[in-house]
Design a protein around this ligand. Structure first.
Ligand code: AMP
Length: 293
């Protein structure tokens, strides 16, 4: 695996690969890699000839009160893991090559960026969209891979690709979890072992909601209250939001219809650490409902 640090060199390499007729898959990350990231890299390897993993802790997606400075970093470990996963290029630019002193462009995506995660972190998705667009342009990506773990982010990137006519296919892969169900995240590094155990309630609360839906619950508020009451069994958890919405556009409905796909979104704090998770559920049709009963 080759490490590339400048946008110019990365773009030249990608151009050469394209010239040779190769398909390029790109996995954008902020590093401190875990199996969630590596699953994306392995998937990328299956669908393309060349895999580029980008490692860039993007200051523009952090608010001033957030953890940009202390975000976990371990370049040598990341490099080793990526080499073992069959990644071809690690693109790891420094901040000044991505945002030179005279950088003056911003992107603002409407709609899905404004609710839930966007309400709690108002500048976050504009920062994500900007860096992802730059990374796609630098790497000349044919395919971009993202994790379902950041569900709302996947909708933002889909919107970016559609609205700006990017010629890029997106692949979303399922959330990779610890044995106890906790979604893998670089930020889990901030948790003690005890906190990690207790944070598994987030996954359990999603499972409880899934169960309620399998047993016929269709009402949004009731589904949310199953999640909330399960989360409340752990006093260290403080809920930021719990929302059950249509998966396609994050729209609310009082009751969901058979066949409709919903996503349950959770953001909460385990003591000081903010964690997010989600699950996608298809509301059973009348036939499968009878079958379950
Ligand atoms: P990050 O480094 O946190 O910005 O994540 C980089 C990519 O990895 C994003 O597309 C994330 O959605 C994805 N990702 C992070 N955690 C997981 C996970 N547990 N399972 C699957 N994908 C993940």
């Amino acid at each position: 695996m080759k490490v590339i640090t400048t946008p110019e060199e990365m773009q030249a390499i990608s151009q050469q690969n394209k010239f040779e007729g190769k398909k390029i898959a790109v996995v954008p990350t902020m590093g401190f890699l875990h199996n969630g990231h590596l699953t994306l890299v392995k998937k990328a390897k299956e669908v393309a000839d060349i895999v580029i993993t980008t490692l860039f802790v993007n200051p523009k997606q952090f608010a001033p009160n957030e953890d940009f400075e202390r975000y976990p970093r371990d370049f040598e470990r990341d490099k080793k893991l990526l080499t073992e996963s069959g990644c071809d290029y690690l693109f790891s630019p420094d901040i000044s090559s991505i945002y030179p002193i005279d950088f003056a462009t911003s992107i603002s995506i409407g709609g899905v960026t404004k609710v839930f995660e966007g309400e709690s972190r108002p500048t976050h998705f504009d920062g994500v969209a900007l860096v992802v667009l730059k990374l796609f342009n630098i790497t000349l990506a044919d395919i971009g891979l993202f994790g379902q773990k950041d569900y709302q982010q996947t909708l933002v990137i889909k919107k970016l690709v559609k609205d700006l006519n990017l010629n890029i296919k997106l692949l979303i892969t399922p959330t990779v979890r610890e044995a106890n169900g906790l979604a893998m995240s670089s930020r889990n590094r901030y948790l003690t072992d005890e906190e990690k155990n207790k944070a598994s309630i987030i996954f359990l609360s999603l499972e409880e909601a899934k169960n309620a839906i399998a047993h016929g619950e269709r009402r949004r508020k009731m589904i949310n209250s199953v999640v909330i009451s399960t989360l409340r069994s752990v006093p260290e958890i403080k809920i930021d939001y719990v929302a059950t919405v249509k998966s396609e556009n994050l729209e609310l409905a009082d009751e969901f219809l058979p066949g409709e796909e919903v996503v349950i979104l959770i953001a909460c704090f385990m003591n000081q650490t903010r964690l997010i998770d989600n699950t996608i559920i298809k509301i059973p049709t009348a036939f499968t409902e009878n079958f379950i009963e």
